[in-house]
Design a protein around this ligand. Structure first.
Ligand SMILES: *Cc1c(COP(=O)(O)O)cnc(C)c1O
Length: 417
């Protein structure tokens, strides 16, 4: 709404498609069978990623960030495997509990909450609350007396596709004051937390976060405050994304995990008391295991006022119907009814709504798409499992929100709406 998309470069006659992505059997079967637009989640794939993370970081408890995929089937599968949940509202807390998570493994991770939100969470039995200000701790003391609070430290967000820097977290200088105020009001100053920014692409950002945590822990210990846990937040990357120019992102996951192993050991040495570690991955667990079945509205060629001819591929799904993150990414598209070596043209990809922002815009490369695409042809959007359902609009221009289904082995499909 705020700005027009930048004019894309002139269309080229033909181009090479990106490397075909690995697609699980569960997802390809479901996508092939779908006759209507829908988003599918591969429960086995999500579970495998969860298990792999537990194996890589056995010292860290995993609490899935509900907002990355608030789909009952996904939460239930994770809860069955022992995951806890990071919830950001009483509604998310209730959903996590319905999925079968014990209330002790659910925390209120949002520093932004009204008095009423706090009271509702308290009534639901939640004991752990994130905070980053004295005003918020005072409200927690009043509406959830005796609760355990963990103080979120601000990070720069540098290196992340979606930095979360200014809205959340206090400086490491302020944190001891916030936790001291919590203690004075009868709360338990239980921990510290960080979030390095979503889809964090550098191990260095994690290193910085551990430096901040270590310094703050030492300062707290000097004031006689001895937290019992550290929450490392989200930020672990999806592995299947393309950047705005269509190149694979290749996040350095192994190096990131090595920094986390080393960092947790270091914090253990700094702390005056044994520490537990918690992590709140969202995107990392679900992004690559969700895919959208959409369809082609139209492939057109139009002359722009500047004289250049451009190809535009309009899809049935766009920014307001599952592909909200198109400002930072190129979604990985598969055209299953066209051969991979079919002649291609370079196109701008856009959604169906009457909104100029509903398109790959400023700073994006063009996307090679089959020249012969026809209206109604299916399109698969891969690595689209994170945040898609949270970002669905009610029906922008009347295009209905995508329904979702969970798929698992044995060809069982549970439709959710
Ligand atoms: C969104 C969020 C997460 C999950 O972030 P990802 O980058 O998807 O892993 C974790 N913790 C908090 C507090 C969040 O707000």
């Amino acid at each position: 709404m705020t700005h027009e998309s930048a004019p894309p470069r002139a269309a080229l006659p033909e181009a090479t498609p990106p490397t075909p992505p690995a697609l699980s059997r569960n997802l390809s079967d479901a996508l092939s069978a779908a006759a209507e637009d829908r988003i599918f989640y591969d429960l086995d794939g999500i579970e495998e990623r969860y298990t792999a993370l537990r194996r890589e970081l056995p010292q860290v408890d995993v609490r899935f960030a509900v907002k990355a995929c608030p789909v009952d089937g996904v939460l239930t599968r994770l809860a069955e495997r022992g995951a806890g949940f990071d919830a950001a509202s009483p509604q998310e807390i209730a959903q996590a509990l319905r999925a079968g998570a014990p209330v002790g493994s659910v925390h209120y991770g949002n520093t932004v909450k009204s008095d009423r939100n706090i009271a509702s969470a308290h009534l639901l039995g939640v004991r752990d609350f994130a905070t980053d200000s004295v005003a918020d701790t005072a409200a927690i003391a009043q509406h959830a007396p005796g609760a355990r609070v963990f103080c979120r430290l601000a990070t720069s967000g540098r290196g992340a596709l979606w930095g979360l820097s200014r809205k959340y977290g206090c400086s490491s200088r302020d944190a001891p004051g916030v936790l001291a105020a919590a203690r004075a009001s009868g709360l338990v100053p239980a921990g510290l937390s960080v979030h390095v920014g979503s889809q964090q692409m550098t191990a260095g950002a994690w290193q910085e976060a551990f430096d901040t945590l270590a310094g703050t822990l030492a300062a707290l210990n000097r004031r006689g405050i001895h937290p019992d846990h550290v929450n490392l937040g989200g930020g672990l990357p999806a592995l299947g994304y393309l950047d705005r120019h269509g190149r694979p992102l290749h996040p350095p996951l192994d190096r990131i995990l090595a920094v986390i192993r080393e960092g947790t050991a270091r914090l253990g040495r700094v702390s005056a008391r044994p520490l537990r570690f918690v992590m709140e991955p969202g995107r990392h667990l679900v992004a690559d295991h969700g895919a959208i079945r959409a369809h082609v509205a139209r492939l057109t060629t139009r002359q722009q006022p500047g004289g250049e001819r451009e190809n535009w591929l309009y899809l049935s799904c766009g920014k307001f119907n599952g592909l909200y993150e198109m400002d930072e990414l190129q979604y990985r598209l598969v055209f299953p009814t066209h051969r991979p070596d079919a002649p291609r043209v370079q196109a701008v990809v856009a959604g169906p709504t009457c909104d100029g922002d509903d398109a790959y815009g400023r700073g994006h490369g063009l996307v090679p798409v089959p020249r012969a695409l026809a209206s109604g042809d299916p399109v698969w959007v891969l690595s689209a499992g994170a945040y898609a359902t949270s970002y669905l609009t009610r029906g922008f221009n009347g295009f209905p929100p995508l329904g979702s289904s969970c798929v698992r082995r044995e060809a069982a499909v549970c439709a959710l709406n």
